[in-house]
Design a binder for this molecule. Sequence first.
Ligand SMILES: [Zn+2]
Length: 436
Amino acid sequence: MDRIEEKILALIDANAPRLQALADDIFHHAEQGYHEYRTAKLVADFLKELGLEPREGLAITGVKAAIGKGTGPNVALIGELDGLACPTHPDATELGFAHSCGHYAQIVCMLGAALALSDPEVAASLDGTATIFAVPAEEFQDASVREEVRASHDVHCAGGKCELLRRGEFDDIDLAVTTHSLMVDRDSGADLVLGNSACTGFVGKTVYLHGRAAHAAAAPHMGINALNAACLGMSALGMVRETFQEKDCVRVHPYIRKGGEAINIVPSETIVDMMVRANNQPAIEHVSEQVDNCFKGAAMAIGCEAEIVNAQGYTPCPQRLPDQVMWDAAALLGDKYKVVSIPDGACNTASTDVGDLFAVMPVLNFTFGGSTGDLHSKDYKVSDPDVAHILPAKMMALLAYRLLKDGGAEAKKIVDGYQAPYTKESYKEYVKKISG
Ligand SMILES: [Zn+2]
């Protein structure tokens, strides 16, 4: 361990109580994606206190600040601002939002890393830039929210990273470091899991079924029941599920956002929202077509009109086993922590807009333990604040330093060795084609 690494660890240890207080604060004030105003201000104020000059209001709530020289590789250290709708969580806000995906811990981790890296001596040792980047809306937003932020802020993408990529806010970034609360194997006892398991990508789909209202008892023969069409469409979807192939990791999960108008009226308008996921783009497109046929056929049978609107989702994430630099950084954290690799060949059937970062640049990811209960459930809670909040901050800071020291050699090696499926410009074209 060199002097700078010792200093990084000492700085984070010395500020652990401050970071824990911050974790508690953000955890109890979860906000909806693209509406994380309070959390964003907290992040910006913290960075300003460190003497940094953050840019704010990026894709509504994103905050970005640079540490280092401005030459050499530029490594983004990412934290996600959003909570999610989880009204049954005991710590949900009045509006029903909770940090039951652990994103608050990712913000604390990113700020802990910023705290260590912005120390003048540490910053001077970086042969490149560490960009602290708090991003909005990792969770895919409901169609109603998507429509709202499109109208209010010209946001075209449901995912915050997709929108920031579209706006060119990642144009200056060469490599991203991301982290997340442990997704799978939550009872494995691992404190850190290095690497990125493959994740599904998806398309967002909204099915509007238009029927005709009528008195539900006196004249149902005058109505066209849009709810019946929705139910029939979902039954058809259940019947085509046997064609989904395991190798594609398909997930289709609809819910009825609007089921009708009133108790004694034949439902005339029904809205079904869903995500159509798979681990490769051709499968996403194929299954998306099958789903469309289910609802079109159901609408025809009942006599409804079906209108189907697809929204850009996230691109599938590739697997990336841990790079040596991650093992080297993790080795400095001490023997008391259990550090393992992602299982080779596993597919995480959830999705993340980190997939869209992978579309244009290499991403080094790790997940951290210290919590129990399923993600996105009322049971998610922190069991070990040191592992959930302080350990990942150390890992992120050490990793950034290792990537950027010695002329940024490690960062350059990873960037040079990565074959991105898109250039930053061709990604923007792809978004434009789908989302305007
Ligand atoms: Zn998440």
